[in-house]
Ligand binder design. Sequence first.
Ligand code: NAG
Ligand code: NAG
Length: 808
Amino acid sequence: MANPLLHLLLFAPFLMPFFTLAQANGRLMVGTSLTATDKTTPWLSPSNDFAFGFHELSDKDLFLLSIWFDKIPDKTIVWYANEGKPVPRESKVELTADRGLLLSDPQGNELWSSDSVIDEAGYGFMNDTGNFVLVRSDSVKVWPVWESFKNPTDTMLPTQIMETDGVLFSRLKETNFSRGRFQLHLLQNGNLVLNTQNKETSWAYDAYYYISGTNAPNSSSSGYLVIFSETGYLYILRRNGQRFELTPRMVFPVRDYYHRATLEFDGVFIHYSHPKTFSGNPGWTAFWYEPDNICVNIGGGTLGSGACGYNSVCRLNDYQRPICECPQGFSLVDPNDEYGSCKPNFTESCEEDGTTSAEDAYGFVELIETFWQTPNYEQLNPTSEVECKKSCLQDCFCAVAIFRNDSCWKKKLPLSNGRKDSSTKGKVFLKYKKGSLPPQSDRLSFSVKKKNHGTLILVGSVLLGTSFFVNFVLVAAFCLGFFLIYHKKIIKVGRGDNIVETNLRCFTYKELAKATNGFKEELGRGSFGIVYKGLIQMVARNFVAVKKLDGVIQHSETAEKEFKTEVKVIGQTHHKNLVRLLGFCDEGQHRMLVYEFLSNGTLASFLFGDLRPSWSQRSQIALGIARGLLYLHEECSTQIIHCDIKPQNILLDDYYNARISDFGLAKLLKMHQSRTNTGIRGTRGYVAPEWFRNKPITVKVDVYSFGVLLLEIISCQKNVENLEIGGEEKAILTDWVCDCFEAGKLDALVENDMEALNDWKKLERFVMVGIWCIQEDPSLRPTMSKVTQMLEGVVEIQVPPSPFSTTD
Ligand SMILES: *[C@@H]1O[C@H](CO)[C@@H](O)[C@H](O)[C@H]1NC(C)=O
Ligand SMILES: *[C@@H]1O[C@H](CO)[C@@H](O)[C@H](O)[C@H]1NC(C)=O
């Protein structure tokens, strides 16, 4: 039987010696300590997957004692000590015999401890599972006395188990690890619930999500453990041994993907995965989450403010995460807490001042598709809309009047569980004080999009009622379809609303310095400057790539104007094979461009990495680049010559579509004019010969570079730099390809790539197009529209001449 679990069980005993060996290396003896500085090396797990130590928080000189995924660029935090309170620089954590982990401030005052006795012979260990353990031993046995897995914060990892009464608490904000309002709790009765809680006393309000079917208290079918299996899925184990599956199985194998399940600061519980070995920067993918719609699901109870703060209105963004907004006439109590409560911009007193009537002082805004769960305190019936409004106007307690079918309901402040809801019937009137309202805004007049979760739910519910084997077969069948249908949507969960729709945004230097954490994380270095990863806070978070331009910058009014003009030209390009420009900064000597961030890195790392990408993927990428260039050369309003086409300048998006970056920069930085030998901006190996000669620079320089790139894509070989690997023969790829083509030995180009060899006609076509593109004489090179047609196979291709035959 093809059962992977069985195999795992059979082979597990043979793996044991390796575990023991690794443990000996990573043991942290009593007396070992770490100090909070940015240079301190954390305690690593043997595989280096996880680290325990002081995580530096952004620009505050504060550190969080925590555990994080160390190999992931984001260094995602999965556990934190000291209730999420960061500590100052030079704070210290020490492994002590009588208190376990002991965290103290620079003055030596104790801040937190694990409060566990391990004695002199005990030790600490950062396990490869992400579990930090304190171990005690005596002459007879060795046993763990404290584990981070047993004291979880907001995240669970594979192999972690939550016992009855176990809790995950959300953090307050994405970057504030103090306890937030949401919790995931496995109750005594076996129910797994999500609920908000009262801040001061931790009193739990009604659940907004719970697992039904496990709640027969103490019966054999009630749940008692939440298990994150080592194979990467979550389930509830019932007392009778049955499982209640939470996340779909085997979608992303743990061998290749990291997994985590996190109760997010906004109350959504999300199971994420992240590829282990991809160069580039793929980020976390959310593939399961609960609840389905937190704005609606949370509205069941009468206590608490709901998903957002009081008086706020909740709606979902495109990634099923809540957005909170104050209605007209209200503003945030804490301007830094967009998920918090809103206060009215006026206070209504019940004392009459006798000079103005209520009608003169107050009015109503009608809200569209907005609903507050707050109980009504009065109902009038029968009545009319006019009377309803009048009644509320003259009632100093009334904040909202709702009119429907001859009935009028009144609500008072604070309003709770507010949400956008297209099924709301009747008219909703919100009272405001005249003069307190900003000019009409349309913030609350968007419509709520209908979401369809049909497929996801189907997958889930089929899984619930069937045996393991049937599940296994079903999942295998579903995975593909699930992926194809949901990949697009799923990836979006957890990212923010996009700023892409809007026009170019002008950023200040300060904003970008903050967004990139002081230009900390470098994504790459190009011929035009260094690129940094950044996070722009709009409605939620958006990763961006910030390119600091390092060309010679002139300071004059005309130079500035030209810069803006060129940036605008770039900003007006819209094509699915181009990287989108989102904004720019032009402040004194600081010139920067802000691009959308693409998750899968550059074509260079994809093509020349350890794994050879498939032929179909490669040919799709080649076509994508050709189409992007065709657009730049022939289809956009101002012709753009790229001048630096190479694999480092092609990025890959979530779906491995090729996206050209850095276009328009040659003109922007005036590279055209400088054509002396030293001023050549293109990159060795990709530069067309006319750069060196006194010939005009046209779009054909890009065609040449594309030709070189195409041959690289076909062979997965770099044009230059092959001296050691392939010996003399392969030293220059273009020469070698031409030799192979003339000798009729195309198979040598793709080595043993069966997929390419079986697609011989296309392979031949692509090679011929490549050779046409690298002709020394620019006039012999085809245009990009011709190139695209030839690649697609819709026009006949003649056998190309040797590219080097012309002389000048
Ligand atoms: C590390 O985790 C593995 C797998 O759960 C476990 O077998 C091992 O005992 C752990 N090591 C320590 C020192 O706790
Ligand atoms: C987190 O939020 C709490 C409550 O608002 C605040 O007291 C604390 O200073 C914040 N922590 C950080 C690191 O900003």
